[in-house]
Design a protein around this ligand. Structure first.
Ligand SMILES: *Cc1c(COP(=O)(O)O)cnc(C)c1O
Ligand code: SF4
Length: 345
């Protein structure tokens, strides 16, 4: 990890920065700078339009809060049971295992929390969260998220899983990580063997690939460790301006993921998080891409295009509903290309 970049000065030494990148100041509340050696090796060094570079090079536009932007648009703080346990949807909770990531994405929507360098939850925090989940039988799934779960030691991860499973033996566990993309060498058979010890526990791996070039030999191998050992992989992509906001890139991303046994699950419209406006895509453009994907992709390759609404409104699909209405017991549907079809009740 030491071979990565961890400060603005190092970045300036190794790359020719654009005007917006060079003007970055980085105040007290800013997201740290960190780019892993693996991700650096994927960046085409001096192309300022490089879609991978745009995700990790800081930019002075991060330091502006645009109209309607907020630090916590999803109101996760309001839905927090403990400082690290978010209970927004009835059947599932998100546990913020640690605020540390090996690499910081400039589009991070949880920047209120991420990168404050507080570190992993301690044993008391884990126990408090596990007790809460155990006493709420309606909770059937937990998202172990952050930060990045896999910045913690194997032993710590194992302990966390044991605690939640002890109080809720039937819990479904989502392992949410971008580390298969950012530093795939983290994933070893030893780690997988530890996870597999929790024999009856259903695990799902939730990744974040945003661009086809992030899918390389190393990241495929990391994901395969999970899939080969019975842990299905699903991907969540963030729509990002200049990164993946065109139909050809999105099509290639989804098809390549599917080919490597990673099911495209969600594509997220950018949240109204402070300092991320320059990376957000016009909603009308996202909606057009969604429509194009519905024509081009198989059902397996097709993700759900979602928006997590401001003021804690929750996730909804961005698409039109395909029902126009119903009268005299006849439904009217719109097809993808906008023509109408009737269907009796
Ligand atoms: C997105 C999210 C979930 C999971 O939602 P799914 O639609 O089931 O993927 C759970 N908790 C929080 C706080 C979330 O933001
Ligand atoms: S890996 Fe996830 S939590 Fe970490 S900076 Fe990137 S988007 Fe944020």
């Amino acid at each position: 990890m030491e071979k990565g970049i961890h400060s603005f000065d190092e970045l300036k030494k190794r790359f020719t920065l654009t005007e917006n990148e060079a003007a970055y100041k980085g105040g007290n509340n800013s997201l740290p700078i960190s780019i892993t050696p693996h991700y650096l090796s994927l960046i085409q060094s001096d192309d300022p339009q490089d879609p991978l570079r745009k995700q990790v090079f800081p930019d002075c536009r991060e330091e502006k809060e645009e109209n309607l932007e907020m630090m916590d648009p999803l109101e996760e703080n309001n839905y927090s049971i403990t400082p690290r346990l978010v209970h927004r949807y009835k059947s599932r909770v998100a546990f913020l295992t640690t605020d540390i990531c090996p690499m910081y994405c400039r589009h991070c929507f949880r920047r209120r929390f991420t990168g404050n360098l507080v570190g992993p939850a301690d044993d008391d925090e884990i126990k408090e969260a596990a007790l809460y989940v155990g006493s709420h039988k309606e909770v059937t799934e937990i998202l172990l998220t952050g930060g990045d779960l896999f910045t913690m030691s194997d032993a710590k991860i194992n302990h966390m899983i044991s605690m939640f499973r002890m109080y809720s033996p039937h819990l479904i566990i989502r392992l949410c990580t971008r580390m298969v993309v950012t530093e795939p060498s983290r994933f070893t058979q030893h780690l997988i063997d530890l996870i597999k010890q929790h024999k009856s526990a259903p695990f799902y791996l939730l990744t974040q690939f945003n661009h086809p070039r992030e899918i390389c030999k190393e990241s495929i191998e990391a994901v395969s460790l999970f899939v080969d050992n019975g842990i299905p992989a699903l991907n969540q992509t963030v729509m990002l301006h200049g990164v993946n906001d065109n139909a050809d890139t999105m099509e290639e991303l989804c098809n390549t993921l599917l080919f490597h046994r990673i099911k495209p699950y969600y594509v997220f419209q950018g949240d109204l998080v402070s300092g991320t406006a320059h990376l957000r895509v016009h909603l009308s453009k996202t909606r057009q891409i969604e429509k194009d994907m519905r024509e081009r992709l198989s059902g397996l390759a097709l993700p759900n295009f979602m928006i997590d609404l401001p003021f804690g409104g929750g996730k909804v699909p961005i698409s039109d509903s395909y029902v126009e209405g119903c009268s005299h017991n006849i439904w009217t549907f719109k097809t993808i290309d906008g023509t109408k079809r009737k269907y009796p009740n």
